[in-house]
Write a protein that binds this ligand. Structure first.
Ligand SMILES: Nc1ncnc2c1ncn2[C@@H]1O[C@H](COP(=O)(O)OP(=O)(O)OP(=O)(O)O)[C@@H](O)[C@H]1O
Length: 367
């Protein structure tokens, strides 16, 4: 388990969770620790993510469970301890904002506010000052989610639960909200358990990733470790893509931003981040081309020298190639035919080529 470099690991509160529960033939048997920051529960449909969230919220009584926030016990079935949901100190963000329709945004925010938290600071952080006198039905889906984030923060929670909070939004709205979740991650002093199917959200938001498969934790680590592992494919082969960490070097007049990724320049469509900002970029495996020689006369701007670490053949014609580069571990999806023609094998030197425009805006995050 790790905390991404540069991320404040402080704040102190740590969630420890051990759960066992059976629904017919489905058996949940999960154990993990979530530090401050965003712990993403990542897994295919039916792997048990929502069951973990519901049990943590106190909305489901598991067969066996011990859930603690530092020395505070939320439930311990062995000792008969069971705190009801409203005594658990939770901030909850659902798929839809679930704001009170008859209250204004300000009243919604104040409803669960604890004295300690400052309304003005949260309103400023989320950019919702102009919305305070409106009612929820007069807000877009993205605005409602910003208010829901604010409401969760103002309740001064010890733990925030976010259940696929972007799933109901279209792509432009998702892109609009992701930066606010990044701010929540960096502002909240408590752990955030965040459920998603989306590799882009894992790459952008996660401090720690917990991978679930059929009710079991199969992997836990940083986004770079987990998304760079060719065996972790809960979002299907098209969702596979590694995460690189890089620093914004400069913005160019022709609409490109140059990053420094371990000494290698990477060019992206222009971002707003100031030079010096640390970023994470997810690079989809299917957007990476491999070449044995350094290619010349090619339109792609991003060429990373590297060494093949391993290959993993799929059921179809494709192979995932793990390439270690100075910028970090990359995954490339090539055909088995190409892998054989290029004689790719562990230890072989190669170049990974990534088109600038293949790096989607939602795949570029700060932190
Ligand atoms: N109340 C219930 N009664 C019976 N079975 C249930 C109940 N809730 C969940 N299950 C089963 O438990 C398993 C895990 O469900 P869960 O909702 O936790 O998965 P998930 O990973 O959140 O899935 P999704 O991504 O589709 O939301 C599934 O097989 C589901 O059918």
């Amino acid at each position: 388990m790790g905390v991404a470099p540069g991320r404040r690991a402080g704040g102190g509160v740590m969630l420890n969770l051990r759960l066992k529960h059976a629904f017919g033939r489905f058996r949940l048997d999960a154990e993990f620790t979530a530090p401050a920051g965003v712990t993403v529960l990542f897994g295919r449909s039916g792997s048990g993510k929502s069951t973990i969230l519901k049990a943590t919220a106190g909305l489901l009584r598991p067969d066996e469970a011990r859930v603690t926030l530092n020395d505070r016990t939320l439930c311990d079935t062995a000792k008969g301890v069971w705190l009801p949901p409203h005594k658990r100190g939770l901030g909850v963000i659902f798929q839809e904002g679930r704001l009170f329709p008859h209250l204004t945004v300000r009243q919604n925010l104040l409803y669960s506010r604890r004295k300690a938290s400052s309304l003005s600071r949260v309103v400023e952080m989320l950019g919702i000052g102009d919305l305070l006198d409106r009612r929820p039905r007069a807000l877009s889906g993205g605005e409602q989610q910003r208010v829901a984030i604010g409401r969760a923060l103002l309740s001064d929670p010890q733990l925030i639960l976010a259940d696929e909070p972007l799933a109901a939004l279209d792509e432009p709205r998702k892109a609009e909200i992701l930066p606010y979740f990044e701010r929540l991650r960096d502002e909240a002093r408590c752990p955030i358990l965040y459920v998603t199917h989306s590799p882009a959200e894992v790459a952008r938001l996660a401090t720690t990733v917990v991978v679930l498969d059929a009710g079991k934790v199969t992997r836990q680590g940083t986004p770079a470790d987990v998304l760079g592992d060719p065996d972790v494919v809960p979002a299907g082969i098209r969702g596979v893509g590694a995460v690189l960490e890089a620093t914004v070097a400069r913005h160019h007049d022709d609409g490109l931003t140059e990053l420094d990724a371990g000494g290698v320049p990477l060019f992206l469509p222009r971002t707003d981040a100031a030079p010096g900002t640390r970023t994470r970029i997810r690079i989809a495996a299917q957007e990476v081309i491999l070449s044995r020689e350094r290619p010349v006369g090619l339109s792609a701007l991003n060429i990373l020298p590297g060494t093949v670490a391993s290959l993993r053949a799929g059921d179809g014609p494709g192979t995932l190639v793990v390439v270690d580069t100075p910028a970090g571990r990359l995954l490339a999806r090539v055909t088995r035919r190409s892998a054989e023609a290029l004689q790719l094998a562990p230890g072989v030197a190669c170049h990974a080529v990534v088109k600038t425009v293949a790096i989607a805006r939602q795949d570029i995050g700060q932190g």
